[in-house]
Design a protein around this ligand. Structure first.
Ligand SMILES: [Fe+2]
Length: 249
């Protein structure tokens, strides 16, 4: 498998490129609108062809590049079936692996950050979206977020994966790139150790986080698989514009 962790600096999102070396087929997980052409260039350089995009959830902090990549490359839009987005070409659900050539992606239903959130296990790696971050987790105060559900998703679903499974989150704001299930079980300050459900719920209710800057535009845009709403104000246009010269990752 070819695997690349690409970074989008406006929303500090990691986009994952997975490619099958035998068939040349590739998938992008959580692609971000401003970096769509960078991602396609990386795919072309590797001699791959984009067949699918796939999101972990309906994002509130950026707009997915799914529909732009479909238009530009002919890729199909895979998305959790539970979100019932009319623009989805390939609905995914736990129990039904998605095949990319010889690669197998296993969706894991991990609600709590949003009610439709899925993580994706690929061999000895798991892409945890916003359910489990390195030393953290996604917030639970919007998009039908539910702290008890997130506690169960992480502690019962993700922490039941083998300890050596590598954890690749959808974001990191401090430049960290990878962790493991064993490390998060021990060190995660919100969900690790002997943290109880009640203590986690209390902690999440006391975070007092700011209202998300882009949520009022990102959520409707992502419900259309990545349309930039017409009313995005000037100071937020950077979320919609293609970035040039970004070759991080
Ligand atoms: Fe999110």
């Amino acid at each position: 498998m070819l695997f690349k962790q690409l970074f989008e600096p406006i929303s500090s999102t990691y986009t994952y490129l997975l490619g099958c070396e035998e068939t040349g087929q590739a998938i992008l997980i959580d692609p971000v609108l401003p970096t769509w052409s960078r991602d396609l260039a990386v795919i072309a350089e590797l001699g791959l062809r984009l067949v699918y995009t796939l999101d972990t959830h309906i994002h509130a902090d950026h707009i997915t590049a799914a529909s732009t990549l479909k238009r530009e490359s002919g890729s199909r839009i895979a998305h959790p079936a539970i979100d019932a987005l009319p623009c989805t070409d390939e609905p995914v659900r736990e129990g039904t692996p998605l095949a990319i050539g010889g690669l197998r992606i296993d969706p894991l239903f991990t609600p709590g950050h949003t009610d439709g959130h899925h993580a994706y296990r690929v061999g000895d790696r798991v892409l945890t979206g916003d359910a489990l971050l390195i030393d953290g987790c996604g917030r639970t105060d919007f998009q039908n977020g539910d702290a008890p559900a997130l506690y169960r998703s992480v502690r019962e679903t993700l922490f039941s994966l083998p300890d050596e499974t590598l954890v690749y989150p959808a974001h990191d704001y401090e430049g960290r790139r990878v962790s493991s299930i064993a490390q998060e079980k021990v060190r995660n300050p919100r969900l690790g150790g002997d943290r109880s459900l009640a203590a986690f719920v209390a902690l999440m209710s006391e975070l007092d986080l700011a209202y998300p800057t882009f949520i009022d535009y990102a959520v409707p845009g992502n419900r259309e698989c990545g349309a930039c709403p017409a009313d995005v104000p000037e100071d937020l246009q950077r979320y919609c514009k293609q970035m040039s010269g970004s070759r991080q990752g």
